[in-house]
Design a protein around this ligand. Sequence first.
Ligand SMILES: Cc1cc2nc3c(=O)[nH]c(=O)nc-3n(C[C@H](O)[C@H](O)[C@H](O)COP(=O)(O)OP(=O)(O)OC[C@H]3O[C@@H](n4cnc5c(N)ncnc54)[C@H](O)[C@@H]3O)c2cc1C
Length: 404
Amino acid sequence: MTVKTEVAVIGGGATGVGVARDLAMRGVDVTLLERGAGLNAGTSGRSHGVLHSGARYAESDPEGAADCLQENRILREIAPASIDDAGGLFVRLADDDPDYFRRKLDACREVGMEPTLLDAQELRERVPDIAEGVERGFAVPDGVVSPARLVAATAASAREHGASIHTDARVADIDAGTGSSKRLTVRVDDGPTIAADAVVNAAGPWAGEVAAMAGAELGMRPTRGVMVAVDYADLGPVLNRCREPADGDIVVPHGEQVVLGTTSVAVDDPDEFERADWEVDRTVEECAAMLPALADAAIERTYWGLRPLYEPDELDRGGRGISRDFALVGHDAAPGLVSVVGGKLTTYRRMAEAVADRVCGDLGVDDPCRTAAEPLPGADEPERLDELVREFGAVGPADSDVVR
Ligand SMILES: Cc1cc2nc3c(=O)[nH]c(=O)nc-3n(C[C@H](O)[C@H](O)[C@H](O)COP(=O)(O)OP(=O)(O)OC[C@H]3O[C@@H](n4cnc5c(N)ncnc54)[C@H](O)[C@@H]3O)c2cc1C
């Protein structure tokens, strides 16, 4: 059976559902294909879940940081019940470089934040267990976002606007249009064949494999990072270590637990990669430098996520993935296929807007983006959101402790 659609979106993570919602709101007929049994099966469900203020990237990538700040504000408006307004602290310990602290602080101000400077005493009032060695810090508008709720609500909105959402739909092959037909043909394992005017490859760390199905090249260089959820109640703000990016520099509050992260290790195969004990040990040890009680806290679960990093960008930046900015890539070998890679959960709506602008330009659709102005379904109803999460099978390890 062949199903016709205007745009096929491959991947049901934040980026894919974001693209489906944006296009559907502009009146485009969209079919989304996700290989997992539920949505949110890839990196989106395996992140720290920080709603970045942009402070983390302010000095290394001011544009990306400004995007984060803007999207942070938008998501609080359109998806309040997916967000915990925890706030964030950047803390400098005695051995950390004071010049880096100053650079970060200045850079935060330059991108439009108003960080509040705090001395050791004020930091201790906010986080009583903070390390003795803490010297200074500042507060920023970080938050904590539930990827499961955000992805499910975005998918529900896409569906309300006419998109078809399919899980258990692994794309196995893509034929670029030939001869007079510019249509692309997308084959799904044990499923229908989709004939589409355009195809969006939003397959995250698997985007290189998906592009290759269409005979196109996409130099992906995924890196893995571990997250360790431990018992520690009522932390309050997201704790960030204020130093050059390194292993184990973030602690994210999750009610009765905190999630510690992370590492960055290159991975060849996104389906088969090592999960090393040293990553867990180092992450706990480094995070305990900020919050000593973590050293002995019971580990509740560990999980790994894969950054969908685009190689040309990464090589320019020395490989550690200092920026998590995104790339939109067209392919001469497969006209009509657009790949979108990189980025952050925080900026998923902005990435989707850029993709939809491009695809709509190609299809001759003039409608503007409306995703920043219209609240998501269940925007301020946690119970409704959790129903949607269950319906779309979207619970991931990032917030399996939070979503009821
Ligand atoms: C360790 C780590 C921590 C992070 N922490 C944060 C954070 O705190 N805050 C933040 O803003 N960002 C964070 N990020 C970044 C963020 O999570 C990702 O950039 C974002 O979630 C990527 O979403 P995506 O939809 O592009 O990819 P994914 O979520 O990976 O979605 C891709 C989807 O494509 C599907 N797929 C793959 N192949 C096929 C196929 N052949 N057919 C059909 N479907 C297919 C997959 O199953 C998957 O569901 C973190 C990333 C990592 C790795």
